[in-house]
Design a protein around this ligand. Sequence first.
Ligand code: HSE
Length: 301
Amino acid sequence: MIEIKVSATSANMGPGFDCLGIALNMFNRFYIEEIESGLEIIGCEDADKSEDNLVYSSMKRCFDKIGYNVGQRGFRIRIESEIPKSRGLGSSAACILGGVLGANEIAGSNLSKREILELATEIEGHPDNVSPALFGGMQVSIKEGSSVYNERINLHEGIKFCAIIPNFTLSTRASREVLPQNISHKDAAFNVGRASLLIAALSNGNLGLLRAACMDKLHENYRVGLIRNCNEIVSACSYLNPYGVFLSGAGPTIMNIIQEENNEFSKDIEDFLSRMKDKWIVKELKPYNEGAVVRNIKEER
Ligand code: HSE
């Protein structure tokens, strides 16, 4: 049996649309074993137990790439999931990597990390969740044709994240549909400057710059209408003075960067959220630097 552990991720990180992302200490674990025939999927909603399951379909994409023939054999996939689905915390990227890394191990193949990154990005469509989930830490990643280039950003110590997660979902597809086809030169320049400042401020520890550096004009304004009470909650967060606040991935989770020793922010925002109609969960998360881990449990015995 193969065990694959993949972390949650927060993508975009303000101005870094489709290119910045960070791995956080919340995990999905996938246990994959070969069985005589058929497909058994345990640990997800019934609607996700078909061959369209993202873990399984990603396994198939990996087997096809390697040219590995599974013959008549089937698979049992057990999913233990902490990452909530369709909340902007990288659950799709985790499932895709679970499938690709699991299939790569089963096939006895040794696709390089880069090949895995490129295949997983091709399946997901953009690299900003996949790259930190695979390599850990904060990553900047871009696509050039079928190639993906990524680089780790060394984070200065002293920060943690406070995720505000609603009980409603928002699919990335729906959230991308509201984005405009074109943006102005002024908005592009706004984001380039802030994305660069964000990286410099996070690596140098100049955390006072994060409030301005987390601003965005490429996606957030177009998406707030899809997230009930988003503006109100972001204003309440800003009032509590986090270092920065941004929409996590395609939403609907709202992410704050706060001081590592700050224990008040989460309590205060929880208090504010208790008055909302929807249920919002507050979860503190830390950067996770290790990247995805694959274990072949049978071989270890
Ligand atoms: N960068 C993607 C988006 C989110 O904003 O649509 C990653 O799932």
